[in-house]
Design a protein around this ligand. Structure first.
Ligand SMILES: [Zn+2]
Length: 251
């Protein structure tokens, strides 16, 4: 029997008083499995969102060699980003499937943060599991942990100082890191008005979805299931959840 304790708590809306965000995720498709509709909402408000893919997802299609797959998946990501109003997609070309958390990865991500100077950084769940006990994947865990560190590295002029030339300065202006797909989300974004764009941006990963070989899998149905559940926690039709890491003290 359901008791009031079983009901997931309401989600706090994320702040929207910012202008620049940077999303750093491991693979093309990571933003599209839940967060893209929120991105469409923000770009629709005139905010700038930049995507950075740590890998090109080149090891993601069993029937396609990574050499060919890399360009297919980069093209799909650029298109799915365009659909939600993101014009800049960078690829760090780190090796898909075997990413390692450590100083080299932090260095790569720090350089991107220093160049784009975002107020908000978005990444994906880096806990061992998603909700419902589903195991997370090694690249996601490495990327998320490195993103949190890189946000702090970016503000310290004595960390990776070789990056500070040609006008690149330290950047300590990241206010918060928002983690999509986290089982500990306490914040959410109402995506009701931009839900269709989120669906279209996931559907743009056609070669990838075909390659998964999930029979009759429908991007809309998939996103609706999660979107509705999260929406209930905000009193709206559809929403997506984020865990917030406060970086800057805001009194
Ligand atoms: Zn992924």
């Amino acid at each position: 029997m359901l008791t009031p304790m079983d009901k997931p708590p309401p989600l706090e809306p994320l702040p929207e008083d910012w202008t620049r965000a940077l999303a750093v995720v491991a693979h093309p498709d990571d933003m599209e499995f839940g967060s893209a509709a929120a991105v469409a909402r923000w770009t629709g408000q005139g905010k700038e969102v930049v995507y950075c893919m740590v890998t090109s997802g080149e090891a993601g299609i069993d029937s396609m060699h990574p050499e060919e797959c890399r360009s297919v998946r980069e093209a799909e990501e650029i298109e799915s980003a365009r659909i939600v109003g993101v014009d800049t997609v960078e690829f760090l070309h780190q090796p898909d499937g075997v990413l390692e958390y450590g100083v080299p990865l932090r260095r790569e991500i720090t350089a991107v943060i220093r160049r784009h100077r975002p107020e908000i950084v978005i990444t994906g769940n880096f806990q061992d599991r998603f909700g419902m006990g589903m195991l997370n994947q090694a690249d996601h865990i490495a990327t998320g942990k490195a993103v949190i560190d890189a946000v702090r590295d970016a503000g310290n002029r004595w960390v990776f100082p070789e990056q500070l030339s040609n006008g690149v300065e330290p950047w300590g202006g990241v206010r918060q890191v928002w983690v999509g797909g986290s089982p500990d989300a306490a914040h959410g974004v109402d995506t009701t008005d931009t839900f269709d764009k989120g669906v279209a941006s996931l559907a743009a990963h056609k070669a990838y979805i075909d390659g998964l070989g999930w029979e009759n899998w429908d991007p809309r149905e998939f996103l609706e299931g999660f979107g509705r559940q999260v929406g209930q926690r905000m009193g709206v039709a559809f929403a997506t959840g984020f865990e917030v890491y406060q970086i800057k003290w805001e009194g």
